[in-house]
Design a protein around this ligand. Structure first.
Ligand SMILES: *Cc1c(COP(=O)(O)O)cnc(C)c1O
Length: 395
């Protein structure tokens, strides 16, 4: 694009014409943190049904207190990258606890999940090698493959047979297969057992980004890998994010000692950025403890998701098939999705429309997410409202 006001205007105009321009809503909790998920959205009261705070930990007072205490003790900032002088005791303890939680030898902290994915793909796949990704995997995995100049191939969504064909076609040059565990915009799950078998057979690394499964799925909240009974041998690299079910911020990669050591040595998104503030690490440690102790949180969010899905199916709401806390309602066009978003807000529910390029053209949706703090009443009223809105939209 030329440095030219008209070129800028034309780009923004194009977004407007496609109803694809994003607008940020400003949220506030009406009566303090304890009120969540009751919020105000640009001044209007609503129940938040689209955050990733599945276990309702992001505003938990004990976690906030752990963060505040660590800030007083260690300061607000870490002052340098991990490899210089930014690596503190809270980081070290959190890494040990994450390794124990995931049942792996080592875990390495990153500032964000986006960076963790750039790091793991970039450290293991070289220029010209193949990287295979599920067609609907998170944007950060795609960007990771592009950044390291690997040859990116995408296989049909959640289709292990398609992955096998792509693996066979790339022969010995396939370095790595990567997928979301629970897909972030769809709520369905990757065929992990099959992918584990295939990648092992072809000598390729398997990276599973379980941003939306960890904390929620599995008997003890260890995510989709626990639900599928897969160990480190099956899935050598597990990426987890801390800003979703654990309610704080940051991410990690867990695996065997040597592969994590290679990441530490080689990954540019690890070396060339300031370490996460220690108060964030301290808050995450508190969140891990609460999530482990209070199993009712994950049981409740999954119970509410089942309740939502069952009621929505009975009322002909166009749900996408999902057994997780992510329950998308498929509307098709951005216009429909935006009208439904506005009608829901009028009725007191905040669910943002998800539009291309976040999802494929023609598959704009309302991405409803459940959380442990929702009441049964809120869920039931949301479904009734959605049924009314969808009936109007489809009439
Ligand atoms: C949110 C998300 C990320 C990015 O994590 P951040 O910590 O928010 O940068 C990566 N992968 C998936 C699947 C996600 O949903």
């Amino acid at each position: 694009m030329k440095r030219d006001a008209r070129a800028l205007e034309a780009s923004l105009g194009e977004l407007d014409r496609g109803l694809l321009r994003r607008r940020r809503a400003t949220l506030a909790t009406a009566g303090g943190a304890g009120e969540w998920p009751d919020v105000t959205v640009d001044g209007r009261r609503a129940v938040d049904f689209c955050s990733n705070d599945y276990l309702a930990l992001a505003r938990h007072p004990d976690i906030a207190a752990a963060m505040a205490a660590a800030a007083v003790r260690h300061g607000a900032g870490s002052g340098a990258s991990h490899l210089v002088s930014g690596h503190g005791v809270e980081h070290a303890r959190l890494e040990e606890e994450l390794a124990a939680f995931t049942g792996r030898a080592r875990a390495l902290l990153f500032s964000t999940g986006y960076m963790a994915n750039l790091a793991v793909v970039g450290a293991l796949a070289g220029r010209g090698e193949h990287v295979l990704l599920d067609r609907r995997c998170h944007a950060s995995l795609i960007d990771a493959a592009l950044l390291c100049r690997a040859r990116l191939k995408r296989y049909a969504h959640a289709d292990a047979a398609a992955a096998e064909r792509a693996l066979a076609a790339s022969g010995a040059t396939c370095a790595l297969v990567a997928t979301d565990g629970v897909f972030s915009m769809d709520g369905d799950c990757a065929p992990l057992a099959e992918l584990a078998h295939l990648s092992r057979a072809h000598g390729a690394w398997l990276v599973v980004d379980d941003a939306h499964g960890l904390g929620v799925l599995g008997r003890t909240g260890r995510g989709l890998l626990e639900q599928c009974d897969l160990d480190e041998e099956a899935v050598p690299l597990l990426v987890g994010t801390l800003g979703k079910a654990f309610g704080t911020f940051g991410a990690f990669v867990a695996g065997a000692a040597d592969v994590i050591e290679l990441l530490l040595q080689r990954a540019r998104p690890y070396a060339y950025t300031t370490a996460l503030p220690q108060p964030v690490a301290a808050a995450t440690r508190a969140a891990l403890r609460i999530a482990a102790r209070e199993s009712w949180r994950r049981e409740r969010v999954l119970m509410l998701a089942r309740r939502f899905a069952q009621a929505a199916a009975e009322l002909d709401v166009p749900l996408m098939a999902s057994a997780t806390a992510i329950q998308p309602v498929l509307l098709g066009s951005p216009a429909r999705a935006l009208r439904a978003q506005e009608a829901l807000l009028q009725a007191g529910f905040w669910v943002t429309a998800i539009r291309p390029p976040t999802v494929a053209a023609g598959s704009a949706r309302l991405r409803v997410t459940l959380c442990a703090a929702h009441t049964e009443d809120q869920v039931d009223t949301l479904v009734e409202t959605l049924a009314r809105i969808c009936a109007q939209e489809c009439a």
